[in-house]
Design a protein around this ligand. Structure first.
Ligand code: NAD
Ligand code: MN
Length: 363
């Protein structure tokens, strides 16, 4: 069979550091699984690339990426380049061009990791963030620059089809995973055009496709409080682009922090490659120190395997991560230890080797 082609974009800051560990894991997986044929190419598109070439990626970058089965992304962000440039010239074009309208972010308690919440036991839900439109739009502008009446308008773009698609994806997931409830985050009491439209089409889509699923609609300000007060109550949370972004950093924090949280930017129709990346950014405060937690990146690689039809490899990686966390010997600073990025990466690779050899032995 044909090899699976994975495009890798490490990016900036800790993106490059954690990606090295994900690549190491990939090497171990390949070595121990002869059924996997993987072809990897690393693309150096980043802020360094921008400073050299005046753009974050070459003109034909999207055509190049279109030839891959999946993209593994690190993180971007660098003090020498404005953040809106790094985001709008690299991540946004990929998400939008490849219609990765689902941003899937699992929020799950992990063994050996204590939640900062007093009641943070069994947390296990997922966020479906709309990833192609909404508040993250470049529609708008500013006028009267440098005058007292200086002003700006930033438009939110919501389409009926866009809302239907993200809600359908959330419902599909709910069915497949035997969930009973969808929570929709809203602010339709105050943002009366876009958010009322969101509510209306969320409700219609659910009624049409999944009448048995319970739909609860919660104002975003209350919802963030509930994430802290009763996070165990959620199963599948569907949110607009901005709300979903904020909810996922919070979700990440209540189960142990950004160093642990993966995400997937998915094109469910599979017309284009999907992209897998940690929720976190380039973490300039710790970049270059070799202490970032690579788990979010390695877990993102696991999600990639699930998406390309290898849930067994996804499970292998996640089980290895859980084993290392449960044992609690190797911990990076963000989760209360002193291990380096490399030590954590190595520990996960060793766990994979141990699982592979023990399963081979039992055959
Ligand atoms: P951030 O996620 O980079 O960092 C927030 C905090 O979490 C920092 O204290 C950081 O040290 C910590 N942290 C993050 N990942 C960690 C890890 N793996 N291990 C240990 N600690 C970790 O968010 P920020 O500080 O708001 O943004 C920094 C830069 O990243 C900005 O340029 C921003 O635009 C960019 N950013 C990029 C992405 C992306 O590439 N998709 C996402 C978010 C932010
Ligand atoms: Mn974010």
């Amino acid at each position: 069979s044909k090899a699976t082609r994975i495009a890798i974009i490490p990016g900036d800051g800790i993106g490059k550091e954690v990606m090295e560990e994900a690549i190491k894991v990939l090497g171990y997986i390949e070595e121990y699984d002869s059924t996997l044929q993987i072809e990897v190419k690393i693309f150096p598109w980043s802020s360094d690339y921008y400073l050299k070439h005046g753009q974050m990626m070459p003109d034909d970058a999207l055509e190049t990426l279109a030839q891959y089965n999946a993209i593994l992304f690190g993180a971007i962000g660098d003090a020498r380049v404005p953040d809106d440039v790094t985001v709008w010239e690299l991540i946004m074009p990929i998400r939008k061009q490849f219609q990765q309208y689902v941003n899937f972010r699992p929020i799950k308690s992990l063994p050996g990791i204590s939640s900062p919440l007093a009641n943070g036991g069994d947390i296990d839900f997922v966020i479906f963030r709309e990833n192609a439109e909404g508040e993250y739009s470049n529609s708008g502008g500013r006028i009267y620059n440098n005058q007292p009446q200086e002003m700006t308008i930033q438009n939110t773009v919501m389409t009926r089809i866009g809302i239907e698609k993200i809600v359908r994806a959330a419902c599909d997931y709910a069915h497949k995973n035997h969930k009973t409830k969808i929570t929709s985050s809203t602010k339709s009491n105050a943002i009366i055009h876009s958010m009322k439209f969101w509510d209306e089409h969320t409700k219609k889509t659910l009624a049409k496709t999944s009448p048995k699923l319970q739909l609860e609609s919660i104002y975003i300000d209350a919802l963030v409080a509930y994430f802290v007060e009763r996070p165990q109550d959620f199963e599948v949370v569907v949110a607009s682009n901005l709300f979903g972004d904020i909810l996922s950093d919070l979700g990440s924090a209540i189960v142990g922090g950004l160093g642990l949280s993966p995400s997937a930017n998915i094109n469910p129709e599979r017309e284009y490659p999907s992209m897998f990346e940690p929720v976190h950014g380039s973490a300039p405060d710790i970049a270059g120190k070799g202490i970032a937690n690579p788990i979010a990146q390695i877990w993102s690689l696991a999600l990639l395997f699930g998406h390309i039809g290898r849930p067994d490899v996804e499970e292998l990686i996640v089980t290895a991560i859980e084993k290392v966390l449960r044992e609690g010997i190797v911990k990076t600073a963000d989760i209360g230890g002193r291990a380096t990025t490399k030590e954590m990466g190595n520990a996960i690779c060793e766990a994979i080797v141990a699982m592979k050899t023990s399963s081979a032995g039992s055959v």
